[in-house]
Ligand binder design. Structure first.
Ligand code: ADP
Ligand code: S3P
Ligand code: MG
Length: 182
């Protein structure tokens, strides 16, 4: 088992945060939490319902509350997959930079589009032109993901298991470098 602090995955919709988070948590013997699922459980409603009734702003408030409660609770030593918009609020970015190992799962817009086209549970993509939406979001958010992340892992040309292995080896290398420096 690798010893590590909380691992938090960030990146755009379709980067594979939920899928890879679950896989690496199993390999590391850590609990897995998907922040979107925490928000849904707390609300007793799904994300499309929250966006419809409370707007994106209402969802963002719930997202910050869920992130704060995850970090404050002694859930500790777990893997957390965030939603793609977690970096939009400064208060979230401040929380992310504190204490956790944050990994940016990078995916190109074409891969984001391909991977998100299979489902309709992402309200921001229920538009006539999801590619334009993903492109705009990427322009704004890519620098923010890089700002909060300790490590970046490219996911485009890899299957989920291979991305998970790459994330695990990147974490191992990072932690062994930290140990040798201290
Ligand atoms: N590396 C990958 N290659 C191909 N498909 C992937 C990859 N990672 C995730 N997927 C698929 O893409 C879709 C979105 O993945 P998901 O984990 O929900 O992304 P996120 O949580 O970042 O939005 C799922 O159908 C998942 O199986
Ligand atoms: O990018 C975003 O703003 C969002 C991403 C979604 O999560 P995934 O990135 O896991 O799809 C979910 O939090 C919500 O639909 C909003
Ligand atoms: Mg997800």
């Amino acid at each position: 088992m690798i010893k590590a602090p909380n691992i938090i995955l960030v990146g755009p919709m379709g980067a594979g945060k939920t899928t890879i988070g679950r896989l690496i948590s199993q390999s590391m013997g850590k609990e897995f939490y998907d922040l979107d699922k925490v928000i849904e459980d707390n609300a007793g409603a799904d994300i499309p319902w929250i966006f419809e009734r409370e707007g994106e702003d209402g969802f963002r408030k719930r997202e910050t509350q869920a992130l704060e409660s995850m970090i404050q609770s002694d859930a500790g030593d777990c893997v957390i997959a965030t939603g793609g918009g977690i970096v939009m609020r400064k208060e979230n970015r401040d929380i992310l930079r504190e204490g956790a190992l944050v990994i940016y799962l990078y995916a190109s817009v074409s891969q984001q589009l391909y991977r998100t086209s299979k489902s309709s549970h992402r309200p921001l993509l229920q538009t006539g032109d999801p590619k334009a939406t993903l492109t705009k979001l990427f322009e704004v958010r890519d620098p923010l993901y890089r700002d909060v992340a300790t490590l970046v892992v490219e996911t485009d040309a890899r299957h989920p298991r291979s991305v998970a292995n790459k994330v695990l080896s990147t974490i191992k290398r990072h932690l062994s470098m930290e140990t040798s420096l201290s």
